[in-house]
Design a protein around this ligand. Structure first.
Ligand code: F6R
Length: 617
């Protein structure tokens, strides 16, 4: 949600900012803008639409000269997406410019106060209110920009990552964060700095980055060390410069038409990276350091509560099955957004596992804070290293899926399942709730999963042909049981979010309690009917669909002959242990959604209205 870029240094700022905005497109946005300072004049251009629309507008409207500038992609909160509401926003005097990611909740009260002092507003945004508040403080108190920003932020309620420029201080940018990420790329000898929502916009320029913590403000000035202070009390903070592990290849499409397709195909590698060094199948060992260090807590836990949103929540549902079956620990899986507001019963004997790809999801972050305040031990399963959620936990572990740029989560899901399954197996071993033969079998099978995913990916052409038949569908049903019930939910989510076809996932047996009424010859039903786990029962469900003329696309284990005779299409996956089937059955569902969306002409990597990291609640 919203992307921020900025540059101050000796290079032309515009190409860095515009390319940075393109790298941040994955976050989801509906308008874009830039501000460049050419040494004399503030040059501003902004527009509703894509970064490519902005480029076109910039070429007609402004000079792109200047070594300092800021850029923004906006995901609308206050005010519709239009040119006026787009960022950057300029203060009443025209001297201060701001970009903002987040929400100022008390903006209306501040706005009324500013109006009574003669301020007028061009946009409907909370951001324009903030920049005028900063200007009002700067003028009234006679303070410098950094101080004015600090005082203003102490008066606002909400979440933000901001970058502010002051025309009277053209070698400086002030940034601050609370609840929304902000990274500062540091050039050699401090001769240039980059600002961004994540490190991807500046990865080719520097490997040194500072991740601002919540409640911190930084004054970035060319030729000087970054001056970081706590917003609340102005105390000085040591700048922690970290070396980035990111590579440029990881954030490019590498010959694929879309990031989503690249990420689907990356899954064999991503799953291997997730268990690399952690799974020693031959020795019968699973070693996950965050878990080993807290083994006692896990063994004494009376309950595990999993909190997450969206696809990560679906991975949590799969984990509910593995943790309960293998480790015999009761599990509850909660939407973080519900958990945080319903006064849940949590005790010190609970372990809360928070799952998040981005590590920035506002609801999951709030759920973690709530659980910790009630004494629970919080363990994070994140993908983005150093993200807010990763830092907010008591302990945790990373999935190592690599950057996921397509808005629709794919490799994040399968790597989350991989890691959570390893945790469940490790706990089962420690608790003695699984026979050693069964344990070893699962380890060996897990090691084979990347090869089996590769095998599943080979059916891509077949899935594409099926996709062609159903691309005009308006509704779609996904059914699965046991471990594959969450996969049905995930398959439906993938289809609806990128192709805009209405789709629902259900436990197969629930169909007859309602959804069966929807079935007719125009309704495709995707059924996961693998050989292990309630197979016969799912076959009966398939018969019920067939008798009502539904169109059946079945995901089956290779060699299946029964379903082949009933279904309209079958997609085979290799045999594996039941608990590991989600890692294989998910793949054709991802491909199906992908191809349908492409054939419908949808923007697969940036579906409408969606954001990659949901940093507002
Ligand atoms: C769906 C999708 C979302 C995310 C959800 C949580 O494809 O990507 O449903 O899974 O917004 O995001 P994270 O995992 O970053 O907390």
């Amino acid at each position: 949600m919203c992307g921020i870029t900025g540059y101050i240094g000796y290079r032309d700022a515009y190409p860095i900012i515009i390319n940075g905005l393109k790298r941040l497109e994955y976050r989801g946005y509906d308008s874009a803008g830039v501000m460049l300072f050419d040494g004399e004049k503030i040059n501003l251009s902004k527009t509703k639409g894509k970064v490519s629309n902005l480029e076109e507008k910039v070429s007609k409207e402004i000079t792109t000269k200047g070594n300092i500038g800021i850029g923004h992609t906006r995901w609308a909160t206050h005010g519709i997406p239009n040119d006026l509401n787009s960022h950057p926003h300029v203060s009443q005097s025209g001297n201060l410019v701001i970009i903002h990611n987040g929400i100022i909740e008390n903006y209306n009260a501040i706005k009324q106060e500013l109006i009574s002092r003669g301020y007028t507003f061009k946009s409907e945004t909370d951001t324009e209110v903030l920049i005028n508040l900063i200007e009002e403080i700067k003028n009234k108190e006679g303070v410098k920009l950094g101080k004015a920003v600090q005082i203003a932020l102490n008066q606002v309620v909400g979440a933000y990552a901001i970058a502010v420029f002051d025309r009277s201080k053209p070698d400086e940018i002030v940034v601050a964060r609370l609840g929304s990420p902000l990274a500062i790329g540091v050039g050699k000898n401090f001769d240039e700095f980059f600002i961004a929502s994540d490190a991807s916009p500046f990865i080719e320029y520097t490997k040194d980055a500072i991740y601002l913590e919540d409640g911190e403000l930084a004054i970035i000035k060319k030729g000087r060390k970054v001056n970081i202070r706590k917003i609340q009390d102005d105390s000085l903070v040591d700048a922690n410069i970290q070396e980035l592990q990111l590579n440029i290849e990881e954030i490019e499409k590498g010959g694929y038409e879309h990031f989503m397709l690249k990420e689907i195909y990356e899954q064999p590698r991503a799953i291997t990276d997730t268990f690399r060094g952690r799974l020693l199948a031959k020795e019968g060992i699973i070693k996950i350091s965050g878990l080993e260090n807290n083994m006692k807590k896990f063994l004494n836990a009376e309950r595990i509560i999993i909190v997450a949103c969206g696809t990560s929540w679906h991975a949590g549902l799969v984990a509910e099955y593995t943790f309960e079956e293998f480790a015999r620990i009761p599990v509850e899986v909660e939407y973080a957004s519900e958990f945080r507001y319903r006064n849940p019963v949590i005790t010190e004997k609970d372990i809360v596992i928070a799952i998040s790809q981005s590590g920035e999801t506002a609801d999951t972050l709030a759920a973690i804070k709530l659980a910790r305040s009630k004494g629970a031990f919080v363990f994070g399963v994140c993908n983005v290293v150093g993200s807010s959620i990763a830092r907010e936990n008591d302990s945790g572990t990373y999935t190592h899926a690599g950057p996921e740029i397509g808005v629709a989560s794919t490799k994040a899901f399968t790597t989350q399942i991989t890691l959570l399954t390893l945790i469940a197996l490790r706990l089962a071993r420690a608790k003695g709730t699984m026979t050693s033969a069964d344990y070893r079998l699962h380890l060996q099978e897990m090691e084979l999963i990347p090869k089996k995913v590769e095998q599943v990916l080979k059916i891509d052409e077949k899935v594409k042909k099926i996709a062609k038949k159903y691309l005009l569908s308006t509704n779609c049903l996904y059914l699965g049981r046991g471990y594959n019930f969450p996969v049905a939910l995930e398959g439906a989510l993938k289809l609806k979010e990128i192709s805009y076809i209405h789709a629902e996932g259900y436990p197969a047996a629930e169909m007859k309690h309602g959804p069966i009424a929807l079935i007719d010859d125009r309704m495709p039903v995707i059924v996961i009917a693998t050989s292990k786990g309630h197979y016969e029962k799912v076959v009966s469900n398939i018969q019920e669909i067939k008798s009502r003329s539904g169109k059946i696309i079945a995901i089956v284990t290779e060699g299946d002959t029964v379903v082949r005779d009933i279904a309209d299409h079958v997609i085979e996956i290799p045999e594996t242990e039941e608990a590991l089937t989600p890692l294989l059955t998910t793949i054709p569902l991802q491909l199906l959604a992908y191809h349908i969306a492409v054939m419908r002409g949808c923007n697969v990597d940036q579906p409408r209205n969606l954001a990659k990291s949901v940093t507002v609640e």
